[in-house]
Design a protein around this ligand. Structure first.
Ligand SMILES: [Zn+2]
Length: 483
C-alpha cells in the first residue's frame, strides 16, 4: 500500500497515526472513528487481530453498516489490513488467508481436521477480517509462529466466527485434548499416551494436517507405536489407523521448516459442540454488496477471469416509466433535475437498506442486497419516495417500476466493474419489465422468505399471484405483484 514519506510535522509514528485518525473522522462516522482510535490505543493484542466488524458493532452498540464502512475507510488509510479468509464450513478453521479477493481460488480448499474438500462460495465461507497494520501497532499475531499454542488456535487457526469464550476454551484444552505440544522446526519428540476407546485426531494447525486414530476393541497393556512426520509437502490427510485402548508411543518428527503444534483431540460430541458454536461475521458476500466497499475499493476487486460462486443474492432492478415521454412533457432541463432527484432518492435508500448499486443503465438501477427482506423494504421505501416527489410537484411524473428476485449467481468482472452473472440476474431484470405502473414485482424465492412475509403482513399488503412468460426464459414462472 502506498504511504507518503514522513512529513516533518508528523515525525514520530504516533503523530502520523493521529493524522490518519483525523482523516478517518472526516471520511467515516465520527463515533465509529473514535471507537476505532480507542481500540488501537487501548485494545489488547488479540482484540486487534482479525477484527470481526459485526462483533465490534455489537460490543460498542454502533450501527453495523457504519462500523463496516469505518473499518473500510481505516484500511484504505493504511491503519488496518483487510484479509479474505476461506473458512472450513465444518470446523470454522481458516484454510487460507488472502490479502485481496483477486487471489481467491474457487475450487481447491481442503480441511485437514474435517478431511473434506470445499469449493469456496463467498456467502458464508469467506470471512472478511481487519487486522491492525504493523505500522500502526505491533501485535503478537503479526508473528504467528511465536504465539502460544492455544493462542495460535484461537487467533490464527479459527475464524472470527467461532464463538470460543473462556469456559469453552478451558473445556477444549482440558476435556477434549489428550495432548498438545509445540515442536520447533527440525526437532523430534516422543509422546507417551494412554489412548481411550474413542475416535482421536492428531491435528496440526500450522500445516493443516491430520492423522485419524480409531481406538477400539479389547484394551491392551502392550505399548503401541505410531510415527508422524511433518514435512514441507502437503501430505494427503484423512488416513485412519486402528489401535486398541492402552499405551501409545507417538513419535513426531518436524521436517516442515516451521514450528508445528501437534494436538491430540477426542473427536466426540464435546469437540463438535465447542467448535460448532458460531457468531455472525462479515462475509465476502456482504462486503461485495456494501456501498462503501464498492466506492472505496474499486480497483481491488476481482480478476478478469475470476468467477466467484454466490449461492444466494437478492437483486433489485428499477426503471423509470416512460422517461422519454417525461422529457417530452416537461422539457430537458426540468426532466434532468427530476431524474437526478429520483436517482438521489433511490441510491440513498439502497445504501441505507444494506444494499449496493451495481450499475445504472440509462434511467434504470441494478442493486444487490444480502437478504430479500432488505430489498423489499427498499422497494417499498422507493415507491413512497417517488410519491413524495410527485406530491411536491403536484404531478404524477415519476413512476418507478421495480422487480426483485433472489437466487444463485456468479460475481464477475465486466467492463472493469464488479458485476454479477447468471439466470437469477436475467430473471430479476425481466421481472422488473413486467411491472406496468407503481407496482413492485417479486418472485417465489422472495415471497417465501419468512422475513418478507412478516413485512407484507405488517404493511397489510396482499400480493397478487400471476403466471408470467419472461422473454428468454423457457418456462413460465409465478410472480407476485405488490399492489
Ligand atoms: Zn474443518
Amino acid at each position: 500500500m502506498h504511504r507518503r514519506s514522513p512529513d516533518p510535522i508528523y515525525f514520530t509514528g504516533m503523530s502520523e497515526i493521529q493524522a490518519q485518525i483525523s482523516v478517518l473522522k472526516q471520511t467515516a462516522d465520527p463515533a465509529v472513528a473514535d471507537a476505532i482510535a480507542r481500540l488501537i490505543d487501548e485494545g489488547e493484542d488479540h482484540e486487534l487481530n482479525r477484527i470481526n466488524a459485526l462483533d465490534f458493532s455489537k460490543r460498542t452498540g454502533l450501527d453495523e453498516e457504519r462500523v463496516i464502512s469505518g473499518f473500510l475507510h481505516a484500511s484504505r488509510l493504511g491503519l488496518f489490513d483487510l484479509t479474505w479468509n476461506v473458512l472450513c464450513p465444518g470446523c470454522g478453521g481458516v484454510l487460507d488467508a488472502h490479502s485481496t479477493l483477486k487471489s481467491l481460488r474457487h475450487d481447491d480448499y481442503h480441511c485437514g481436521l474435517c478431511a473434506c474438500g470445499y469449493e469456496a462460495s463467498v456467502d458464508e465461507q469467506v470471512e472478511v477480517a481487519f487486522t491492525v497494520s504493523p505500522r500502526t501497532r505491533r501485535i503478537a499475531a503479526h508473528d504467528p509462529n511465536t504465539l502460544p499454542l492455544w493462542e495460535y488456535f484461537k487467533q490464527v487457526f479459527w475464524s472470527s466466527g467461532v464463538d470460543l469464550n473462556k469456559e469453552s476454551f478451558a473445556s477444549l484444552t482440558e476435556e477434549v485434548t489428550l495432548e498438545a505440544l509445540e515442536l520447533p522446526a527440525g526437532e523430534k519428540a516422543l509422546v507417551s499416551l494412554q489412548v481411550p476407546s474413542q475416535f482421536l485426531i492428531v491435528f496440526e494447525p500450522v500445516t493443516h494436517t491430520a492423522q485419524f486414530i480409531d481406538v477400539q476393541g479389547e484394551p491392551t497393556k502392550e505399548r503401541q507405536q505410531l510415527s508422524l512426520i511433518y514435512s514441507k509437502e502437503k501430505s494427503p490427510t484423512g488416513a485412519t489407523v486402528t489401535l486398541r485402548p492402552g499405551p501409545l508411543r507417538l513419535s513426531l518428527d518436524n521436517q516442515a521448516g516451521v514450528r508445528v503444534l501437534p494436538s491430540v483431540f477426542i473427536a466426540a460430541e464435546a469437540l463438535h459442540h465447542l467448535i460448532g458454536k458460531r457468531k455472525p461475521f462479515l462475509t465476502a458476500k456482504r462486503m461485495l454488496t456494501n456501498q462503501t466497499f464498492r466506492d472505496v475499493f474499486k480497483a481491488d476487486n476481482l480478476n478478469i477471469d475470476q468467477r466467484l460462486k454466490i449461492t444466494s443474492l437478492t437483486f433489485l432492478f428499477t426503471d423509470l416509466k416512460g422517461s422519454t415521454a417525461l422529457y417530452e412533457r416537461v422539457g430537458d432541463l426540468a426532466a434532468f433535475d427530476l431524474v437526478r432527484a429520483h436517482f438521489h432518492a433511490l441510491l440513498e435508500i439502497i445504501s441505507s437498506e444494506k444494499g449496493a448499486v451495481v450499475k445504472t443503465i440509462g434511467d434504470a438501477v441494478m442493486a444487490t442486497f444480502i437478504r430479500p427482506e432488505h430489498a423489499i423494504v427498499a422497494g417499498l421505501r422507493m415507491r413512497s419516495a417517488m410519491d413524495a416527489l410527485n406530491v411536491e410537484r403536484g404531478r404524477d411524473d415519476l413512476v418507478v417500476k421495480i422487480g426483485i428476485h433472489e437466487g444463485p449467481c456468479l460475481a464477475v468482472m465486466l467492463n472493469e466493474r464488479q458485476d454479477y452473472f447468471g439466470q437469477t440476474v436475467n430473471i430479476a431484470a425481466r421481472v422488473q419489465g413486467l411491472a406496468t405502473s407503481q407496482a413492485i414485482h417479486i418472485t417465489g424465492p422472495v415471497i417465501d422468505a419468512p422475513a418478507v412475509a412478516a413485512i407484507l403482513d405488517k404493511e397489510a399488503i396482499t400480493p397478487i399471484q400471476k403466471q408470467a412468460a419472461l422473454r428468454g426464459i423457457a418456462d413460465k414462472i409465478v410472480v407476485y405483484e405488490i399492489p
